[in-house]
Design a protein around this ligand. Structure first.
Ligand SMILES: C[S@@+](CC[C@H](N)C(=O)[O-])C[C@H]1O[C@@H](n2cnc3c(N)ncnc32)[C@H](O)[C@@H]1O
Length: 238
């Protein structure tokens, strides 16, 4: 599952016993070598959906981590590409990783909670990858409001998600078992580590984003083993 350059079992355990932000601070130097970093096979089709080089002024990547998506977005932006994340360790690693990324757009990295963002009509594109596990159902309306406010009218929110797997599938059971273990861990150990699977499925994303004035276009541009994933382009229309 892990690259030899990735974290050891004990490092992962230490991360899982920390708070969400401290956990990512600890993981940051090795995050690129974990399966939690969104793979380029998902990032590239998403970046292509933004458009060709310099096709937008500004893009914002939410929960940017070590900047995997920002690296692909930068050349598509004329002015700036911004990443927001709670973990300073992840942002420091993103700055290192982005230093030689293609493109000339200014790189802005902000340590901030996505629920507290105050952007207003600033971005042509907002993206979010591999982080919906941190955006739990009761918070998803607030999240959609922040995304909507950050986008210029007509701007797009691009992300990757998956339809809810059938209850008979292995994926459903593995995800639900992980979530149950996380609830137990959080009941026993403080501070909590907030990370749950199948939180912002395609069905849930359609429900939440439609209610916030987005029109969704769903495509399936990914090859195996990611062919179960969907690319969503949600346009802010009202
Ligand atoms: C699994 S990583 C994904 C990183 C990157 N998007 C990728 O796909 O490789 C999740 C990231 O979300 C960040 N995060 C979690 N909750 C957040 C919040 N409320 N506001 C900002 N960042 C958050 C974490 O610090 C972490 O860097």
């Amino acid at each position: 599952m892990f690259d030899p350059r990735g974290p050891s079992f004990f490092e992962l355990a230490r991360q899982a016993l920390s708070s969400t932000t401290r956990g990512y601070d600890l993981l940051a130097p090795k995050f690129e070598y974990t399966p939690f970093r969104t793979p380029d096979e998902l990032v590239e089709p998403l970046a292509q959906a933004v458009g060709p080089e310099k096709s937008v002024d500004a893009a914002l990547d939410l929960c940017c981590g070590t900047g995997a998506v920002m690296r692909a977005l930068r050349s598509r932006c004329r002015s700036h590409v911004t990443g927001v994340d709670l973990s300073q360790g992840m942002l420091d690693e993103a700055r290192r990783q982005l230093a030689h990324s293609p493109g000339e757009a200014e790189i802005r990295l902000l340590r901030q909670d996505v629920f507290k963002m105050e952007f207003k009509d600033e971005f042509d594109v907002v993206t979010c990858c591999g982080a919906f596990g941190h955006i739990l159902e009761p918070d998803q309306d607030r999240f959609a409001e922040r995304v909507k406010a950050a986008l210029k009218p007509g701007g797009r929110f691009l992300f990757v998600t998956t339809p809810m797997p059938p209850v008979t599938s292995r994926r459903w059971w593995v995800s639900r078992t992980f979530n149950a273990a996380m609830h137990v861990r959080n009941a026993l150990i403080k501070p909590p580590f907030i990370m749950f699977y199948l939180t912002f499925t395609l069905e849930r994303a359609e429900e939440v984003l439609s209610a916030h004035g987005f029109e969704l276009d769903v495509s399936a541009p990914f090859d195996e083993p990611y062919d179960v994933m969907r690319l969503v382009s949600a346009r802010s229309v009202m």
